[in-house]
Design a binder for this molecule. Structure first.
Ligand code: ADP
Ligand code: MG
Length: 643
């Protein structure tokens, strides 16, 4: 038995090197090294932590029915005391040590949960961060069985693991989350489709193909292009081929390795967007869904993820419902990623489900209260699920794919990283893969910001090498618009206020009557560009504020501008008399100052700095009035009026 000194864990060494590895040759001939054993140290209990675990204790200890060579006492909470070493004493074993395993380990370290990984590569991405990394194949029964002895819970970061062994282990009482049945269904895309269609989940039509005859029959049934997929071991588009016509069916099948590999076809899904939802299920069956995101693929590989997806509310709702339904049909705890197609007519079709954290959820590390990785760990060890909602209005995740082989690839990646480091709101994740290959996922960058427009501008600045200033310096938060330049003398007062509060804004002439198409475009694009509030001034038949309000979900403040007749009353009434459902906050005639101040107050709701400045401004105006009142009292009204 070898004791591990804590300093060995923090020094970044791979734990496997601290063991005398026992090399053995599995039945499949794979050389595996299994570390012999591990001793965990228990520290003194802390009162607050005891309370935190009061509700969790039963589940935590039940999940500790494990095959661990550590011995039950070493990993179970002591009977008289709650676990104190970490948020859970359960050792989590992860099959796979790629980037997902690495990010799981990062989340685990925050909670002091011990994660050990099994991966054939000694220097896989997770190896440097895992509590213990075991070199061995996750498709090898001996390696998995040995590995399971060290874990309280077995989970996966890849679905292409030996499901038979997981099932066997489950029968022996090993806790697998999600369940082996889920892994079995998911790892074969065809059986996945059969499973979900049996559960009434909408998906593209599909059928198995065994020879050219059945492939042709599928083509006749579903039409072309036809999506041919291999049933197993498919990822990042490797395993898909598109046949555009019956003539190329055979070559597409050959490209996938022939019928004997196990193929099926799917009807082409005419999607307008690809969406994804991460669904988390706790051990108690509670389910929480992350916001719907849009995934943009390039050459079948996830390229960009936008969170939240820019789709109507009802589409988000439907996508979430389908994702929840799909996951409800599977067994076990953890996070699940549901890939979806959105069709032109607003239908949602399921593409596939991953029973683990997923590329479409990487943004959650920076943009959500609970990342998908923390959530997966919470779920599998039986802690309460965390809040999946976004804590920032917008996020974009950009996958860093190898642009070239070897050194050149590293150089290009590091050029991008250097640029990313100067982008506000950008976080770089580098997976530390020892080898660079073209199209390989080497890292990712998540950019967060106050609006999707701003985040997109930041992404462009990062990708085009243009300075960020040229892209984002004048990102307006407020749009000041008016029907004619004759309104400017009034409307400029709003601009003055925004200047005073350092709020970026834009000033535009947009006429509801003379340039309705410009008005339409302006209103439709404002939110996307990062504008958060619109101040619209209009005189006479003052339609601009109301029309703008009907076209945008942003708040609109109307400024009635006094025209040459009727003293501005016509403008005031035109703006204020909006029909129910289309609100315009209306200020007094010609009072653009108040419109500016109201905009600052609105922005202050989510901007504590701005709110503090507003309080300061109010104090300033109060002090001014008090000073005047004091002076009036001191000098009397006559000399006050003459001064
Ligand atoms: P992978 O396991 O590589 O993610 P998928 O089955 O998700 O494979 O397919 C990869 C991509 O191929 C999808 O994200 C989508 O862009 C496209 N695709 C997959 N199935 C279809 C389909 N039936 N119709 C149209 N495009 C599809
Ligand atoms: Mg996919």
């Amino acid at each position: 038995m070898v004791q591990i000194h804590p300093s060995a864990l923090s020094s970044g060494h791979r734990l496997s090197s601290y063991f005398a590895p026992s090399h053995s040759t599995s039945s499949s001939g794979t050389r595996i090294s299994i570390a012999r054993s591990l001793v965990l140290k228990m520290e003194q209990p802390v009162d607050g932590v005891k309370k935190l675990f009061a509700s969790h204790s039963a589940k935590a200890s039940s999940s500790l029915v494990c095959q661990s060579s550590l011995g039950a006492q070493e990993v179970s909470p002591r009977k008289d005391e709650w676990p104190v070493h970490g948020l859970s004493e359960t050792v989590v074993g992860v099959l796979g040590g790629g980037q997902l395993g690495r990010m799981l380990c990062q989340a685990a370290s925050q909670m002091a949960i011990k994660v050990i990984t099994l991966d054939p590569l000694e220097h896989c991405p997770a190896s440097a961060i895992a509590h213990n990394h075991v070199v061995g194949s996750f498709s090898d029964n001996v390696a998995i069985e040995e590995f399971a002895k060290r874990c309280g819970i077995l989970t996966v970061e890849i679905e292409h693991v030996d499901a038979d062994t997981l099932e066997k282990l489950e029968q022996r009482g090993v806790d697998c989350e999600p369940k082996a049945s889920t892994i079995r269904i998911i790892q074969d895309k065809y059986s996945q489709k059969v499973h979900f269609s049996r559960h009434g989940i909408p998906l593209p039509e599909f059928m198995q193909i065994d020879d050219l005859e059945s492939a042709n029959r599928a083509g006749e049934l579903f039409g072309y292009p036809l999506m041919i997929k291999s049933k197993r071991l498919a990822y990042d588009g490797r395993g898909n081929a598109v046949a555009k016509s019956p003539e190329v069916l055979s070559s597409a099948v050959t490209a996938l390795g022939g019928y004997e590999r196990g193929l099926y076809v799917e009807k082409w899904a005419p999607f307008i967007k690809e969406l994804a939802v991460i669904v988390a299920r706790g051990r108690d069956g509670s389910i929480l869904c992350y916001p719907v995101v849009e995934t943009i693929h390039k050459d079948n590989i996830c390229h960009i993820v936008k969170a939240p997806a820019d789709v109507p509310w009802k589409v988000r709702k439907l996508a979430t419902e389908v994702a929840r339904e799909a996951v409800s049909s599977l067994e076990g705890a953890g996070v699940f990623a549901v890939e979806l197609f959105l069709t032109e007519d607003g239908q949602i079709l399921l593409n596939e489900v991953a029973p683990r954290p997923h590329n479409s959820g990487h943004h959650t590390i920076e943009s959500c209260y609970t990342s998908q990785f923390e959530q997966h760990l919470r779920a599998v060890v039986g802690l309460p699920l965390g809040d999946p909602s976004m804590k920032t209005p917008a996020a974009i995740m950009y996958n860093m794919l190898g642009e070239d082989e070897g050194e050149r690839g590293f150089q290009l990646a590091h050029q991008l990283i250097r640029r990313a480091l100067s982008i506000p709101g950008a976080a770089v994740h580098w997976y530390d893969k020892p080898e660079m290959r073209k199209q390989r996922k080497m890292g990712h960058i998540t950019i967060i910001g106050p609006s999707m427009g701003i985040v997109e501008a930041r992404l462009n600045a990062m990708l085009t090498e243009e300075s960020l200033e040229s892209q984002t310096a004048v990102q307006p938060r407020v749009g000041i618009i008016m029907g004619s330049d004759s309104d400017l003398p009034v409307m400029k007062e709003a601009a003055k206020i925004l200047n005073m509060f350092n709020v970026p804004y834009e000033v535009r002439i947009v006429s509801a009557h003379r340039t309705p198409d410009v008005m339409f475009k302006y209103a439709k694009s404002a939110s996307e560009r990062g504008v958060q509030i619109i101040i619209a001034g209009a005189g006479g038949a003052a339609h601009l504020p109301g029309m703008i309000a009907s076209l945008t979900p942003l708040p609109v403040i109307g400024v009635p501008v006094r025209a040459s007749v009727m003293d501005g009353l016509d403008s005031l009434l035109s703006i204020v008399q909006m029909p129910r459902g289309v609100p315009v906050a209306t200020v007094a005639v010609n009072n653009a100052t108040n419109a500016g101040l109201l905009a600052v107050r609105m922005l202050g709701v989510a901007d504590v700095d701005l709110q503090a400045r507003m309080s300061q401004y109010q104090e300033g105006t109060r002090d001014e009035v008090v000073a005047k009142a004091e002076k009036l009292e001191q000098v009397g009204w006559e000399s006050y009026s003459n001064s």
